[in-house]
Design a protein around this ligand. Structure first.
Ligand code: CP3
Length: 356
């Protein structure tokens, strides 16, 4: 990314509702966006996805990736777009083989030793990142100024779990065991991911991302000592460096499953916002977390998929619990593929109409 690039994009002159809330303001009703708001539940996504060929081709096509980033914004009255890409772009750009298989999710060539790490051919990283930054720039220039653009990466721990196991698993046992067996390897892998994630997020910001979110989907699998070492310390390093380079850009952390450690995660990493999973109690979000950071979440994506009267009741419960606090309405995890798009319309209407 050229240093002059930052002046070229269309950064909003009016702070968006999302940026206002992330700076600590209270807005009623709160801004809303949804994790995985672009994806297979939208017929227009499936059409572009089929045209792209593979999922990775879609991620690396600035034209098609910006189109699918904008699809949910055209269809629903959301406050923010999130860059369309994947957390596994980082290992792929670093040279790890990756494919997405239908029904099985991501498959990578596992990396479990320092020799495997040394063998990675990262000569394409700049070229691959540049395609993602180009998507960010295209989306920012197409998006109206009151809508925020969210960039993202996977947190080092979560990305490492896929790199080590070569696939997703329910408990991330392969990476947890390797962290005990060979902490020097895990340290080297996490260090590489910290440095690469800083470059990646910084490039997204330079290209026009207004906010960034760090997805640590597998944070909740760790013992507390391991949580400090592999979740909090690397995230703090990323946050500190991004704050040094881009002090005005808010950072949201999503340490899924952090539970009782969520407060220390906020205090010790320095994130501006925390995205809470569905199991996180609303009362704890209000009483313990909201004084420390803007809180986001935690509607159950399965309730959104089901819809019906319970959806409206739960929206009111969430809005009621967090009234008077800086709050971003969101799900506790990503939209599931069989969610009827009309339920998303209904959700946005419920949040916008609320009197909380
Ligand atoms: O939120 C958005 O709309 C932005 C795009 C986005 C995707 N993945 C697109 C995607 C984001 C932010 C992600 C993050 C991501 N990717 C995470 C962290 C959040 C979470 O869900 O826990 C993780 C763990 C991944 C890794 C990943 N990517 C898996 C496990 C899978 C397979 C499961 C699945 O849903 O297919 C993917 C593929 C993927 N990433 C798809 C999309 C739209 C589906 C691919 C397709 O269209 O065939």
């Amino acid at each position: 990314m050229s240093p002059g690039h930052e002046q070229n994009h269309n950064r909003p002159s009016q702070p968006s509702r999302l940026l206002a809330v992330l700076s600590g303001q209270v807005i009623a009703p709160p801004p809303i966006w949804l994790m995985r708001q672009a994806g297979r539940y939208l017929p227009e996504y499936r059409e572009v996805r089929a045209r792209a060929g593979s999922f990775l081709d879609l991620c690396y096509s600035p034209e098609l990736a910006s189109e699918v980033t904008l699809q949910p914004i055209r269809r629903f009255d959301l406050d923010a777009a999130i860059l369309f890409a994947d957390i596994l772009i980082v290992p792929h750009a670093l040279g790890q083989e990756l494919r997405f298989s239908e029904g099985e999710g991501p498959l990578l060539e596992p990396i479990t030793t320092l020799a495997d790490l040394d063998r990675l051919d990262s000569s394409a990283v700049d070229m691959r990142f540049r395609l993602i930054f180009e998507t960010v720039a295209q989306v920012r220039s197409a998006l109206s100024p009151e809508k925020a653009l969210i960039g993202f990466c996977g947190a080092p721990w979560t990305v490492a779990t896929y790199m080590v196991a070569g696939r997703g698993s329910p408990d991330q046992a392969a990476a947890r065991r390797l962290a005990y067996r060979d902490p020097a390897f895990m340290r080297a892998l996490i260090d590489l991911l910290c440095e690469t994630s800083i470059t990646y997020l910084s490039g997204q910001i330079a290209a026009g991302a207004d906010v960034v979110q760090v997805f640590d989907s597998w944070a909740g699998t760790l013992a507390d000592d391991q949580f400090f070492e592999w979740v909090i310390a690397p995230t703090r390093r990323i946050v500190q460096e991004l704050k040094r380079r881009h002090p005005q850009v808010p950072i949201i952390g999503f340490p899924r499953g952090a539970g009782a450690l969520a407060g220390r995660y906020i205090e010790e990493t320095g994130v501006d916002g925390i995205s809470c999973d569905t199991a996180h109690p609303l009362a704890d979000m209000r009483d313990r977390l909201a004084p420390l950071a803007t809180v986001q979440g935690n509607l159950d994506p399965l309730l959104l998929a089901e819809g019906g009267p319970r959806l409206g009741e739960r929206v009111d419960e969430i809005l009621g619990a967090l009234a008077g606090k800086p709050h971003v309405f969101n799900l506790g995890h990503g939209i599931v593929p069989d969610t009827p798009p009309e339920h998303v319309d209904e959700l946005v209407r419920l949040v916008r109409q609320s009197r909380c």
